[in-house]
Write a protein that binds this ligand. Structure first.
Ligand SMILES: [Fe+2]
Ligand SMILES: [Fe+2]
Length: 297
């Protein structure tokens, strides 16, 4: 088996330093292929909302961000006390993630109050419940599922955040400043620590164990992709409505980014990965059954 021989002999495929520079290099490559219209860096500075509709878009986007971060806090808290209760090293990484993402959630709530004049707690809570409806307890069902969940919520999501950084036209300026000074470095740290934990685990395993784990993580990542398809597409639509991001070709762009990340983190080449579920490949029936919001297709 070509794949096995490669994983067996080529430890070097896992000998890389995961960093923001590496992420940018990979995204630039994927973007040049699937979304050449995207500039490598922002061309024009974004502006603040000017109309009630624009302001409402930013409020809705802050609700999304607040619930995303608070959901992470809840999953990570459970992970620390269950799956990883004996893994002190990973607890340090998760504790930092929990604290940071808790701060990000709080910051979103404060901006919702400032922008809307009313408290966003209930809307955030409802959106967090929606996350649990979509995913159930799957992220906590095994360490492999938890890791794949982390990859979706910290790594794969970067495709949209890169697009946002390069093409958003309308932003909440205080949120933008907080994101640049605090959120971005925090998130980079989360991705690095999660990746390092996984690579250490993988490198210390026997060949057979490694093969097995990589297969399980890829399988869990696929399951999450199927569950999250509608949620993710909604997030691109919301980001476009709130900030006017350039979503042309976003599906192949996201798929390409996710494929590159999975190849990198499993030590496999793109050709050696199984075929992956596209962001376009959602089960609409399932999605409709789980979504609390009425949706017309
Ligand atoms: Fe966060
Ligand atoms: Fe995070």
């Amino acid at each position: 088996m070509v794949q096995s021989a490669r994983l067996d002999s080529a430890d070097s495929a896992l000998d890389f330093i995961y960093s923001a520079e590496l992420e940018k290099e990979i995204f630039d490559r994927v973007s040049a292929h699937y979304a050449p219209h995207l500039p490598p860096a922002r061309l024009n500075p974004p502006r603040d909302a000017q109309t009630p509709e624009e302001r409402q878009g930013l409020i809705d986007y802050a609700i999304w961000n607040g619930s995303h971060d608070l959901f992470i806090v809840q999953v990570v808290a459970r992970g620390i006390s269950t799956l990883f209760k004996d893994d002190t090293e990973f607890q340090f990484a998760l504790a930092r993630q929990l604290g940071d993402d808790g701060l990000h959630a709080l910051a979103s709530r404060e901006r919702i109050t400032a922008l809307s004049g009313s408290d966003g707690t209930e809307r955030i809570a409802a959106a967090v419940r929606h996350h649990w409806q979509v995913l159930g307890d799957f992220p906590l069902s095994s360490w492999q599922a938890f890791l794949a969940w982390e990859l979706h919520f910290e790594h794969h999501i970067l495709a949209r955040l890169f697009v946002n950084r390069r093409s958003s036209q309308i932003v909440d300026l205080p949120t933008r400043d907080f994101a640049e000074n605090r959120i971005m470095p925090d998130e980079e740290y989360h991705r690095i620590k999660i990746t390092e934990w996984w690579l250490r685990k993988l490198k210390s395993a026997s060949f057979a164990q490694r093969e097995h784990w990589v297969g399980e993580v890829l399988e869990a990542d696929e399951k999450l992709q199927r569950l999250l398809g509608g949620y993710l597409r909604d997030s691109w639509a919301l980001n476009a409505r709130a900030s006017g991001i350039d979503t042309r070709n976003y599906i192949p762009l996201y798929d390409g980014w996710r494929r590159e990340i999975l190849a990198l983190l499993t030590g496999r080449s793109i050709a050696e990965l199984p075929s992956l579920t596209s962001l376009a490949g959602v089960d609409r029936e399932h999605e409709a059954a789980l979504s609390p919001q009425p949706e017309t297709v």
